[in-house]
Design a protein around this ligand. Sequence first.
Ligand code: HEM
Length: 402
Amino acid sequence: MEYRLPEFDDWETAQPHAMWAEARGHCPVVSVEPQPWEETGSFHVLGHDDVGVVLRDPRTFSSTINGDFMGPFMGDLILALDGEEHRDYRNLVAPAFRRSNLDRWRTELIEPIVGRLLGAVQPVGRADLVADFTAHYPVQVICGIVGVPLEDHEQFTTWAEQINFGPLDPEAGMAASAAMAEYLAPLVEARRSAPTGDLLSELVNAEVDGERLSEERLYGFLRLLLPAGAETTYRALGSALVALLTLPHVRERVEADRSLIPRLVEETLRWETSITMVMRRTTVDTELAGCPIPAGSPVTVLSGSAGRDPGRWPDPDDFDLDREAGAHFGFGGGPHLCLGMHLARLEMEVGVAAVLDMLPGVRLDGDAPAPEVSGYAFRGPAALPVVFDAHPRRGDATVSNG
Ligand code: HEM
């Protein structure tokens, strides 16, 4: 069968599920001709079990490939390390994502940000939940977590985008990378001498077995946080809201029982995870699902396809709130399992609950095109136009996650 990657300008609108399903039906691992920007062909891993094998075997499937494209712009990247080096880096940054910090971020950042964004559209009675809500929400949370003042959010977001698109526009990417470090330097220095308890204070003062984060790793981590935490979460929340608002069986049950919201979030991450693929490179000649893969081959690990593998999930295209939770690869797996997954889940849960609580009678805008989850590497709805029963702005908006 022909396995055809979308053209580069199709990536935002691509609908790859049918192609992945057909390819999976032939073989859970397919080889792909080199793309114009690649020197060698690659291998795409489509089946649930094989995705798990690759993610859990970093000796054979190395993450260093992630540094090839992004290293020059992001610096020393946790995503590009293997083995002990990765473990040491991760041990220094992981404690910052502990439960007590999540609880604090929830009350100090997440709920007030959601309250402000949805409070602004409440009197209008209609909104595009992507343009007015999800596109601003996780990015503001990350900026708040890092300690970037509210008035600098937009500048910080622009730098993050330019760094992310560095491989396509290296000059802008390098300039943004330097500008972000220059902007953060005084904040870093201030937190070294007077920690304030925020994420930056924790990172600059973190110490494990006498080791601290080097400057390169500190800035590498800070440059990664926005693309890793904001781009992903805002798209996944959009897809969760598409499920809520377009599937009556989901809406009815969640409306009646808010304790189902975590299940809605988990099922969204299987059904339409926002990052559909991660990259690895083979370190030795190997074989996967009977397919020989030579050493040095790029391997595209399709978690988006694994989530729809009928060998693992009965009726995989159906959105089922009663499915067993948490066994998907939406947050990756193995040593690089997403560090922000609890934060992402929390943001999505609070976001879904707030849409129901703060926008009474919220429903799709019948005069606008129906929303659609789309994209190849990143998936989510481009727009989500809704109407609801408007009510005049009231003092401080509050949110709950009943
Ligand atoms: C729904 C939202 C999210 C999704 C779908 C997602 C997905 C992923 C995936 C698939 C990986 C593994 C990459 C690999 O194996 O190469 C990953 C790693 C990572 N994620 Fe997330 N992520 C989300 C939200 C977040 C948030 C909110 C943060 C932090 C604020 C975050 C920070 C990270 C970091 C630092 C890593 C690297 C971990 C390591 O290399 O050890 N992510 N994420």
